[in-house]
Design a protein around this ligand. Structure first.
Ligand code: ZN
Length: 705
């Protein structure tokens, strides 16, 4: 759970799905012909001259009435969500599926000893082989967890409990009750400090424990049954397993009450609590820090950021079994809780019964009908563990150098559009405008794949011990993070693997990153016209760029420091404009009583509004005035751009997945990501000649950038 970075992706992970489905939580490559930009000839040869997928349209709906339905209705009608998925997107999912198939071929080859000279071929092949060897996994049973179960049994007091929590952080890569990682210092972006972040819950968010709606109550009951089932599989008699589950729910509910909300976690100033090691006990009392740091081998870390001090205070009292806390948690209770979390984090690497039970819970959360094929789960695990090893052969197979060059040119065009927009922005004063130019000019761009690949030399992988491989990988990554603390920031690092179908902006690094995984059709194609390329990937670029200036990103300066560079009046005007977006999205109805959460999704919505505007302006600047009307198709180039944008977001979500997304995800559901920005954008209404009273033309339109 790496929510620590101030990173805004185009698509967040669905959390429970292994696949970061999207645009932003949590991308790739085209092969290219000899000319960088689209020509009518190459478009013709693709057989799809307009870049618009006509079969995806619903011509019975007016584009001025519901543009998402118009652009995606045909696709929605004929598309079924695959049984093993909670949602399905015309672009993200299709590219992701294609990428996974490529990764599968690479890994199967390595497992058979092919291409043995390539970097990490043996480790990758062995990892994949160990994951696919279900017989060995069944035979091992829960034996691989015995050392940890014995360590939990040996806890005798708060000190030994705390030390074990530290050991779990270091050796399993998870601190269970809180997570320690590396993060840039908010006040000094050149420095890396130890980040302490709230954790401890088995459900996705605090609301799952605290809200009393019928849906949440039902999910809570299912969760308790799931914990009991896992504990029974782990060897507890049925009655004891039920009692264990009750205890786990009690403890997690108490932790959830102390959790900082997801809305507050988006506010950098609320999670900025820098302390020296000596002062940890003042900010987070009750935790035996010496014992914890010893277990976590983090005694050398001099400076921490305790992101959620209130949570840590509650946790400290609970770890001590303080009488004042409710519930009072005994050492025996903590042992039960830790056993559960050990099986929770390891369940997918154990035998089929555990995997099936974990999937039953995922089903309740997301509505997915069947477990993804074994090979898919193996590919996802290895991409998550060794992404920059697996990414190397992937990039070779998929990315042409010319495609990369075209993408670089597009990013530059988007940045120019932002510059021109800033020049004219009436609500800016000159000092703030100048600072904004400074920030824009310093944004770094990373395209396709890293210049320097990460080393996995010290990661030991064995052919026949899958669970151990995943534990070692997690520990390896944790050690890598730990080693960064106290050193200058490495600005060359990537936070997504090259095959990832996503992109992100990082406010503390002031950089945009577009992995090779998303630079593929239908998001980007050398064969498609510029219009749809700008609508699809150009909008993603504009979206990421705008993140540098959304409600969160704007709090950081050109170097990534949390520094206020806004003059007072301009600041107030930004707030007013952001409030307009918040209120508008709050009013969007998703499902029955469920509305979009305007505050949680504010940054993404501002980025969506800015993204399509920048894509349009960058395209218009290149297209005008010679291009005129399109000879390619029945659509004007502007119409193609908007359809290209909307068709990038065609998606279907099961009801459960939709609820899950709204409850946890800072992105709005797909239809609002299309209709929201377009109904606030006059150029859209002009392109489709919408009447002033059309549904896609907002009377009180919002505009931030
Ligand atoms: Zn985003």
């Amino acid at each position: 759970m790496r929510m620590l970075s101030r990173r805004s992706a185009v698509l967040a992970s669905l959390g429970v799905a292994a696949f970061a489905l999207s645009c932003g939580g949590e991308a790739k490559p085209p092969a290219t012909p000899a000319h960088a930009s689209h020509t009518a000839d190459s478009a013709k040869s693709s057989g799809n001259p307009s870049g618009v997928e006509k079969s995806a349209l619903d011509p019975s709906t007016s584009p001025c009435d519901d543009f998402y339905q118009y652009a995606c209705g045909g696709w929605i009608k004929t598309t079924e969500i695959p049984g093993d998925e909670a949602s399905w997107y015309r672009s993200f999912s299709v590219i992701h599926e294609r990428n996974e198939e490529i990764l599968r071929q690479i890994l199967e080859g390595y497992a058979k000893g092919e291409n043995a000279g390539e970097p990490y071929a043996k480790a990758l092949g062995d990892y994949y082989g160990s994951c696919m060897d279900e017989a060995a996994i069944e035979k091992a049973g829960i034996q691989p967890l015995h050392p940890w179960l014995e360590a939990i049994d040996a806890i005798k007091d708060t000190a030994s409990l705390t030390k074990l929590l530290g050991r779990m952080q270091y050796e399993l890569g998870t601190g269970i009750v809180f997570e320690q990682s590396a993060a840039q210092d908010f006040g000094d972006a050149t420095q890396v400090v130890g980040m302490i972040w709230q954790a401890g819950l088995g459900m996705p968010e605090r609301e799952y424990y605290l809200e009393s709606t019928p849906k949440m109550t039902e999910l809570r009951n299912k969760y308790e049954a799931h914990v009991a089932a896992m504990m029974e599989l782990a060897g507890e008699p049925a009655a004891k397993a039920k009692a264990s589950a009750k205890k786990v729910l009690q403890i997690e509910t108490a932790l959830a009450k102390a959790w900082m909300s997801k809305e507050d976690r988006r506010e950098p100033k609320k999670i900025d609590h820098r302390v020296s090691k000596a002062d940890l006990g003042k900010v987070a009392p009750g935790i035996g820090w010496d014992a914890w740091l010893d277990g976590a081998r983090a005694k050398d870390v001099a400076t921490f950021n305790v992101a959620q001090p209130e949570y840590m205070k509650t946790l400290g009292a609970m770890l001590n079994g303080a009488a004042s806390t409710s519930p009072k948690v005994s050492t025996a209770d903590w042992k039960t809780y830790l056993r559960w979390h050990l099986f929770r984090v390891s369940g997918n690497e154990l035998g089929q019964k555990f995997v099936d039970e974990k999937f039953r819970w995922r089903q309740a959360l997301t509505g997915a009908e069947k477990l993804p094929a074994r090979w898919k789960r193996c590919v996802r695990t290895i991409d998550a563990s060794m992404g920059e090893a697996l990414g190397q052969p992937f990039v070779k197979k998929t990315l042409g150098s010319e495609g990369k060059q075209t993408v670089v040119t597009m990013v530059q065009a988007i940045e120019r559009a932002m510059h021109e927009n800033l020049e004219k922005l009436a609500w800016m004063d000159e000092p703030t405008r100048k600072a904004a130019f400074g920030k824009l000019g310093k944004i770094a761009n990373k395209i396709a794949y890293p210049d320097k690949w990460r080393s996995y030399d010290k990661l030991e992988i064995s052919r026949d011990r899958y669970l151990l491989n995943t534990q070692r990988s997690a520990a390896f990554e944790h050690a890598r993070q730990l080693a960064k603390i106290g050193k200058p920031v490495d600005r060359s690092e990537w936070q997504m693997s090259p095959p990832t179908v996503n992109a992100y902006y990082d406010a503390q690094l002031n950089e945009m990153v577009f992995p090779a995984g998303i630079l593929q059709p239908p998001f980007y194609s050398n064969e498609a016209p510029r219009s749809t390329n700008y609508g699809a990937i150009g909008m993603v670029m504009g979206h990421e760029l705008t993140h540098g200036f959304d409600d969160e990103g704007r709090q950081f300066d050109l170097d990534g420091n949390l520094v206020d560079w806004w003059s007072k009046g301009v600041n107030e005007e930004f707030e007013r404009r952001a409030e307009c977006v918040k209120n508008q999205y709050d009013s969007f109805v998703v499902l029955g009583d469920v509305h979009v959460n305007g505050k949680l999704t504010l940054g993404e919505n501002i980025a969506d509004l800015g993204g399509i505007k920048l894509a349009y302006k960058a395209f218009a600047a290149q297209n005008a005035p010679a291009a005129g009307g399109s000879v390619r198709s029945e659509f004007t180039p502007e119409q193609e751009l908007f359809i290209g944008f909307a068709q990038g977001w065609c998606g279907k979500l099961r009801d459960e997945a939709l609820r899950h997304l709204v409850a946890t995800n800072p992105h709005s559901p797909p239809s609002f990501r299309v209709n929201g920005p377009l109904s606030n954008f006059p150029e859209f209404a002009k392109a489709f000649r919408c009447e002033p009273d059309a549904k896609m033309v907002k009377k009180d339109r919002c505009e931030v950038w």
